[in-house]
Design a protein around this ligand. Sequence first.
Ligand code: DGL
Length: 302
Amino acid sequence: MIDDVQVVTVTGAGLPACTASPARDDIPRNSCSAPIGIFDSGIGGLSVLRHIRAQLPCEELLYFADSGFAPYGDKPESAIIARSLAVTDFFVQSRAKALVVACNTATAAAIKFIRERHPALTVVGVEPGLKPAATLTSTGTVGVLATRGTLASSKFTALRDRLSAETNVRFLAQACSGLADQIEKGELQSPATTLLVRRYVEPLLEQGADTLVLGCTHYPFVRQLIEEIATRISSRPVSIIDTGEPVARQLTRLLTERKLLNGSTDPGSIQAFTTGSETALASAFSRLLHLQPEIHRLAVAA
Ligand code: DGL
C-alpha cells in the first residue's frame, strides 16, 4: 500500500504541533495494543527496527524517518533536541506506548529532554557499544565510528572516559562525515562509499584497533564493506559491534516488566512516516528489509 500517501504536518524547530497523526483514539494510552514508535534522521533506524520486528513480531510499529532534516550528525545540538521532541510528540499523539530513539546522535543530544517531557512513556535509546567492545578487544584499542554530534556529546565523552578509566582500553573516535548520506542514497558498495569507509577505517586499524564500534545506526548497512576493507588492511581479525539487537532486547525487557507486551498472535503492522521522499523510504524498506509498509509523507511547516 505504498501509494497510499497521507500528508501530515509537523512543525520544524521549536515546540511542535501535529495537524494530523495516526491518532488512535480507540486505543487508551499505555495499553498493550498501542504501537511502538521508532525514529531516526532517515533510514538508519531500520537497522534497529529489523531486530525489534524479529523479537516482537506481533507489535504494531510506527517508523519515522526525519529525512527532511537529515543528516542530524553535523547539526547543532539545539536543532537535534527540537526535532527529537517534535517527533516524540507526534508519537505520543499517535498513542505510542514506547519510543525507540534509533539514532545515536538524537539519543546523545535529546533523550534526557524526551524523558523529562514524557515521564510516563517507555523510552529506549541507542548509544555506541563501548562496553561490549572493551570486553572483546585483545589489543586494548577500539575504534568508534559515529557522527560528529555523537562524538562531541557530553554523554559520549562521559561514557568513554569512565570506561577507559575502568578498563584501560583506548577508544579512538572517528567522525564519519558524509557516510550516512551515502547510505541514504542507497550507495552501500559504490566506489565513493568504499573510498570514504577506507579513509575512516584505515587509520583506526593502523593505530592497533581490533574492534570497531558502529556508533551510528546507518552503519550496519555498510557492515559488509567495513569487514571487507578491514580484512584487506588488518593482519589480525577485526570484530564489529552493532547495538541493534541489544536495543531490541532492552525494549522487550521493559515492555515485559511494565506488562505492555502486545498479547496478539497476529503479525503486527508497520506504518512509516517521512519528512523527505516517500518513494525513497519505500525503496529503503524494500531493499534493506524486504518489507512494504504503508508510507505517509509529512509536510514540514517552517
Ligand atoms: N543514524 C544516526 C545516528 O545513529 C545519524 C545519521 C545522521 O547524521 O543523520 O547517529
